[in-house]
Design a protein around this ligand. Sequence first.
Ligand SMILES: C[S@@+](CC[C@H](N)C(=O)[O-])C[C@H]1O[C@@H](n2cnc3c(N)ncnc32)[C@H](O)[C@@H]1O
Length: 281
Amino acid sequence: MGQSPLKGIALNWPFRKEAYEAFCAEVWPVIDAIPGYLHRLEAFFLYQTARTLQPARSVDQPPANSVVEIGSYKGRSTAAIGLGLRRNASGPWRLYCVDHFFQNQGEPGLKEAFLANVQRAGLEGVVTCLPEASSEAVKRWPVERGIAMLWIDGNHDEAFVRDDFQLWKRFVVPGGVVAFDDWYLLGVRRVILDDLFPDPTFQDLAVIDHNLIAATKVDTLPTREQNARKRRIYWTLRTGSLNPWRAGVVMAGEWVNRPFGHVGRFFTDRLPLQRITNDRR
Ligand SMILES: C[S@@+](CC[C@H](N)C(=O)[O-])C[C@H]1O[C@@H](n2cnc3c(N)ncnc32)[C@H](O)[C@@H]1O
């Protein structure tokens, strides 16, 4: 285990320096040749997770060897996950990429660019493109096709993120991973705080920088340590601080704010703004 170069907060994820260096030298150049919205540490997380996924098996279920990406754009994160899956020995794996390709009010040629990039990265044998809205694609998802990893990076508005999580999560098998991009955005963060955290079937959270949050699905009751870790990450996200003292101050501030709405507004509401405006006329 090496010194992690992750900035901000990075909790609970085994970072291996040698693996990161090998990734930077061999894999990152292929991913970075594709335009899109994914930085190197996120790409490493996706790659490494995909590379080490194990298909869950039980007597009455087929192996879960599917990965779903919601929001592919031109295939940057597709390449990170797909290249990881290609090196995962416990395959064969299939990466389903769900995107209606209407980014930026219908950027022309988006789907074609995506397909060309998948081909350039040598991933046609791994990737299946589902060119439709995620809320439509999920209706046709076969119930027996377990998902080992769900990557949510579509529309970042709260209602869409909530649908992406709530509609797809039931297909994720125990031991599978759900990861969200851009948790610093309000819509994504609301779903993480209001939907992911209270759900006891998601544990062992990993926070990569100010961008990515992942959790593992479990089918056992959470231990006290897991609950404590989850609470700690919850307050870190809510207060933006790993420092318990600072977090305490922010929380106290929130508590004080509650009766008045917002302390700032409480005072400014009492400023004679109307009079100032009148004076200026
Ligand atoms: C932030 S981009 C994805 C970036 C990509 N993962 C990358 O690594 O560059 C969001 C993508 O989600 C797609 N999208 C937005 N809303 C969607 C929805 N409801 N269903 C499916 N795809 C959606 C857009 O067309 C766009 O390509």
